[in-house]
Write a protein of this length. Sequence first.
Lengths: 270, 292
Amino acid sequence: MKLWHVRRGTASQFMFMLVVGMLLMLALAAASLGAEVRIVAPVSPVQPNAIAVLPVEGLVDLSTAKVECIPAPTLLFPIKTWDGMTAIFFQAATPGKYSVTVSVNGWRRDLDAAIARIPAQSVKTEVLAELTKAAAAMAAAYPLVHETAALEVAGQLPPPGPVPDPKPDPKPNLKVTKATYVFEKDQTSVPRAVTAALNKISAESSGSIVVAQFDDDVTNGLGTVPAQYKIAIAKAREEGLPALVVQSGDVVTRVVKNPLTEAQVLEALK
Amino acid sequence: MIDPKLIDFIHPEPTGYPDNLSAGDTRDILWDAAGGKDGAAREFPANLWVEPRNWKEFAAETDRLKTWPINFLDRTTNQSPTHECTTHALRAILESAWNRQRNIILGPPRPGQLLDISKTSASVWFSCLSIYAEANPRQWGGAGTRQVIEIAFKRGILPDLIQPVDRKFKHALVGTCGEGNATQSSGKWVPLSKFPDGWKDTARLFRPVEIIFPESWEQIVCLLMHGYGVGVGRKQHSIPYMRWLDDEQVIEYPDSYDIMRYDSVRMIKSAVGGAYAVASMTVPDDWTVLAA
């Protein structure tokens, strides 16, 4: 590749050097690639705001890898310890399930985008062709690698400010007869863990606890609110959607706002 | 390991979704058939999107929780040798949606067999013929997806004569003019004019009220991940997609011949155009008293 054939003092030279720089970075990324990439996530849930260190096996350097997490946590960044271990620092305040992904040679994506942005008229055709060919060869030699690991943040955060005195349950011994998950379909979907938990409740109660999940605009065959769910829907809207409404007959015994886990649902019916 | 003969299967005989009907099942036409935005038609909800790089993990969790559409289905059907395929696909999508709303995990079904759990559930089995008889009064030649969606959306579907539990429905209809099985009644052709008097009062209890029309094969997989079965038509046959198998990169479906089959990504991509998912149905005033 005859890099010195680009005319000096032109904008194309800058773009050219940018692309060359990225190719070098790609080569560095290639040096990071070990045999197989594996993120070692904790098996037990971590506490909210606790820092979890997730070792990453198979990589000697995370500086050229992309680290992402769904949903976004409070803190997420790659580190390298004094003894050379590569790892990811993770911290999240909100309980729930998180999915951390490491992408190696993610720079290849950026390189492809950089090449696409080079104005065709500013670089000689043969130079652009050689650059593209070289980038494609390196991309083929060092393919994109993804590794994803899941971890859970457990527990419940204390509410801000003074904790109000809990209101005594007026009828603590009422038998649960209904558990209804009401949501707004344009904003959220039903967590699978909630579906599974409600099914478990129904099965373990031999169907004596009627469970269901639907959008708050649900109707019966006549276009009106189903009679058996008028109370649950009204209460869920009052408390804020999505919500799990637990009843004993027509009496609402508990409302859980936005339950996400099986444990939260099962706890609500104790 | 999946038997390769079950993957991307193409029926040698007509099943009821010929090219002249499938050509008319474009997304725009299906959208209108579902009543448009003011009716039941919905765009794919953004909150259902799952990044493809996360599918493996998401699918594994869905396996553990048993919340695939197939897990909400407790029977298969058999249309042989009729041309009722679009209505058999529709009934699977509707039954799965009904049970998902009711939070009953029953399946996957055992082809042609009655599950013990069905006898104690609130599962309702729908009659394919109750839709097909109106979609194609000539009986042979099949029906388009737009027709069956429009009929179901406008007036609902009748229960099958066979139910897992005797619910004493005021109106019910034979399930199919095909072979049927232990969980689907079979009988002679019943024209629309011969439906039982007052049948609409029962059919309207079982009506889809929200139908999502995906625009890509990835959206189809995302819908499955969240428990929504997806009806599709491809290679002159209509089927209900029910589970994504990430390791094999195929979608599993109960074919309306009492057998489970699979479509590869190549086949799935060809089926996007006329795809639909029933996100919600009407809910009765009382689950224990469903009779009109």
